[in-house]
Design a protein around this ligand. Sequence first.
Ligand SMILES: C[S@@+](CC[C@H](N)C(=O)[O-])C[C@H]1O[C@@H](n2cnc3c(N)ncnc32)[C@H](O)[C@@H]1O
Length: 484
Amino acid sequence: MENQPTKEFEDILSQSKQTEAVQEDIILDEPKGALKKFCIKKTEYKGRGIYALETIQRGTSIWQALPFSAVVDDQNISNTCSSCFVNDKRMFKCSKCSLIHYCSKQCQIDDWQNHQEECKAIVKVQRNPPTFIRLASRILRKRKVDVTLSQMETFAQLAMVVKECVGRDELLPAVDMLTLFCRLTSNGFSVLDAEMQSIGVGIYPNVSLLNHSCWPNCIVVFEGLKMNVRSIRKIEIGEEVTISYTDLFLTGEERRKELHERYFFTCRCELCEKYKSVSEVDPRSALRCTNTSCANPVDQPSTFDKDEEYVVSCNCGKVSTFDMAALDDSLEKARSLFKKGSELSASEPENALTYLHQAFLIQQSLLYFANHELVMTHRALFDCDSKLHKWDEALQHAECLERVYNAVFPEYHPDTALQIYRVAKILLYTNQLEKAVTKLRKALKISEVTCGHRHKLTRVIETSLKNSEAEIAIAVLDKVLDRD
Ligand SMILES: C[S@@+](CC[C@H](N)C(=O)[O-])C[C@H]1O[C@@H](n2cnc3c(N)ncnc32)[C@H](O)[C@@H]1O
């Protein structure tokens, strides 16, 4: 069942008013648009959230929704259709504002109601309003916004731009504008394409009742603008349904910082609690044990006191001693090399490789393989090597990244499927067909669970698998015929 966006947004707001005084867990309602397996409860710490009323098996599409409002982001505005969000077709631009692009005349007609006033505003102000302003403007034009929040932030500058772009009639009183900005910042969803890259931002009012966990039981994928919430593991009766608001590669500290800055809460999820315990080391921020035959992570010091030595023991029994000043200097040097390399990667990939490789050598000698800084360097090296068609090197980094996904991501995650597919593609480029087929099968299994059969990623992997299997069959046949 799909959402009726405008009505739902109103419902949510009126619901939030009715439930403000509730302190204890209570069952409020079934979330609209979802299959009837959930209820909304309110807890003191997280506010409202969605809870399962039935056991949900892994790979279930539990919720599909269309946005109340959505816009393509600035980086993708000329390669993504502002109406249906496809990004693999030829686009043409609106002849009046020259900013908004469409894939077909029909899409332009469908979006006209949303774009008409926006178009006039863009022509009038003679500059391209950024993503966030375009989204706020579209919502304001729908004129259905009500408010209850009291988060005080300085959005005055943004409000001025909105005023220019929207026109006085559509503006809300200052406090309501402020509330709208706060709501957009914490309730907006990044709309992702088939490669899990963000191409826009949308407001999906009821789905934004889903709370965050760094170890979520659901993920969000998109088919165009349609959002699909899918379970990535079994959800028990009474369990809260969660998604991640942040990148699961990030260290606990980085995740908590982002969640605090953007969503104003301190995460106390399973994963965050796990790594508070002294016996558990977070692989995302860990150092390498100095015992070269040991594969365990060891804790990084929380602060670097340069006059001290850092002594840390590993589960293998080895006690590693690090000179804090030297460790800090080396990691800083690697960071600056990484920064230089990343800046050059688009324009001068060959030069970028030199810097990135130096950063990699330093980090590899000190950091655990799943450490976030090392992961970033692998990613950057993979991109440059792929750009330069250095497939053997690219394959090494892609395989390292696959190992990291296996170590730090939930077993079923669309990003893991995508990473395994990347490995498979390079194996195909380098004629390693059998190995590629093994990877494609693995990627397909994960993609079917996390994205569903109809999702573009699943279909692309499936096609590649079928073609590769056919190639192997033909090669076998050729061999047999040759022998005859
Ligand atoms: C998109 S809303 C989710 C629904 C929200 N709980 C409500 O009552 O409307 C995001 C907000 O929910 C709360 N929240 C989400 N996940 C949380 C978590 N793991 N711990 C504490 N608060 C959380 C935070 O206040 C956050 O800004």
